[in-house]
Design a protein around this ligand. Structure first.
Ligand SMILES: [Mn+2]
Length: 432
């Protein structure tokens, strides 16, 4: 018998990958762990009979000759499969988009895609199979949940191709939206209130970080979504929530919305993992003291030396500046010569204005080229500090619709940040 299984606390990518594998391995039985995420549970309560899936307790492990593991590569994440671990006659296939795993397999398909199910869909497409609308819908649920509807940075072209294939096969977006955006329930609302009531804020490198210790009486579904919502509400760049599960275990959830706080780097010290903006760690110890953990988290935040790019690293210098009485024709000549689109007026200690290529349109008559730049310059010039984040500079440019930001330190102009500098940084493009 071929059995397909996935990780405990099964999410939609896990479930979708199990179902996709039952299609790829004819006759295979999907073994879904007993513990599944809340939205998966809701889905299964109405759709379970449509798929060839059973619980781990319903399968006779001795009958299994091939085990297909999807969306994980770790034995400890599987539900009641320990018996199989020592079997030497067992064939094992692994399909996964995670990095680590200790399952020694005979065959695997591993790639860093947004969702594991995309790897299985690629194989379904290769075999020129068609899917029912129901199968397509559940596969789309997995794909959309793990890629945030194809919006997370981890999304790859393969994920988008998989989505197109599923939509072509009749995947239902209404059903997908229903299960991916479940309404908040009382337990989640209470937790959110609790977080808001008991939050402590610390300042770290011009960034505010929120910290909480909460006691979880029972498992709260979608805990990380609540933490995200909480971070937005308290307007902190990052939050760390220490959830006390019981006397011997705590889970720290870190969420960041800023390049300045790398939550994965902080939580790595606690054996956790994740990425710079979302990470978690579970600490098991005989006496788990959450207050002590909080102090350690604060210490780690303070010492974290994540050197991120700032405006200072991106800006151009030296800055070309002209006195306010410079004739416009001279200004035009300098801009052409230096191939720049804007020029600052004044001196490095007194910025009087800026003139950009666009302002040349104000010149209607030839004789106006003789007039001083102060007649055409813009006097209200927004400046930025060198230690600002590139993303903050972008926001400022968009808000004010400007392409040049002089960089000022203690009232002195030390550089200029242009759209080209920003584009070069974000897209790795070289300026012409
Ligand atoms: Mn996954």
């Amino acid at each position: 018998m071929i059995a397909v299984t996935t990780h405990k606390n099964t999410d939609f990518d896990g479930l979708a990958s199990v179902i996709a594998a039952t299609l790829l391995y004819p006759g295979a039985v999907g073994v879904v762990p007993k513990m599944v995420n809340k939205n998966v549970e809701q889905f299964l309560s109405t759709h379970k009979t449509a798929f060839n899936i059973v619980l781990p307790g319903e399968v006779n492990h001795d009958d299994i000759d091939t085990l297909v593991v999807v969306d994980t590569g770790s034995w400890k994440r599987l539900d009641r499969m320990e018996k199989l671990r020592t079997r030497t006659d067992l064939r094992i296939h692994v399909w996964d988009h995670h990095q680590q795993g200790d399952i020694a397999c005979h065959w695997h398909c591993l790639a860093t895609t947004g969702a594991t199910v995309s790897l299985l869909i690629r194989e379904i497409r290769r075999r020129k199979m068609t899917l029912s609308p129901l199968d397509s819908t559940v596969l789309l649920l997995g794909l959309y949940e793990d890629t945030g509807h194809l919006s997370y940075p981890s999304t790859t072209p393969l994920d988008a191709e998989a989505a197109a294939f599923l939509l072509n096969n009749g995947a239902d977006l209404n059903v997908a939206a229903f299960f991916l955006n479940p309404p908040y329930e009382e337990v989640q609302r209470d937790l959110l209130f609790d977080l808001l009531k008991n939050s402590e804020k610390i300042s770290h490198r011009k960034t505010t970080v929120g910290l909480n210790v909460i006691r979880l009486e029972k498992k709260v579904p979608m805990l990380s979504a609540i933490v995200n919502m909480y971070r937005n509400l308290i307007n902190c760049q990052a939050v760390f929530v220490i959830a006390v599960n019981d006397e011997t275990s705590c889970t720290i959830i870190g969420r960041s919305g800023s390049d300045r706080v790398d939550v994965a780097a902080v939580l790595r010290h606690f054996g956790g993992g994740g990425h710079p903006r979302a990470a978690s760690a579970t600490i098991r110890s005989d006496d788990c003291d959450p207050q002590q953990l909080k102090k350690q988290v604060i210490a780690r935040i303070r010492e974290s030396t994540t050197k991120r790019a700032t405006v200072f690293d991106l800006m151009s210098y030296p800055v070309t500046m002209v006195p306010a009485d410079t004739p416009m024709m001279e200004v035009r000549r300098i801009m052409e010569e230096k191939a720049i689109r804007g020029i600052l007026v004044g001196s490095e200690n007194t910025l009087e204005g800026i003139v950009v290529l666009w302002d040349f349109k104000k010149i209607r008559q030839e004789r106006q080229w003789q007039q001083p730049v102060k007649a055409f310059m813009i006097r209200q010039v927004a400046t930025i500090a060198p230690d600002m984040e590139p993303s903050e500079a972008v926001q400022l440019m968009i808000r004010k619709n400007i392409g040049h930001l002089p960089v000022a330190l203690e009232g002195k102009i030390i550089g200029i940040l242009t759209r080209t500098d920003i584009l070069t940084y974000f897209y790795d493009m070289l300026p012409e």
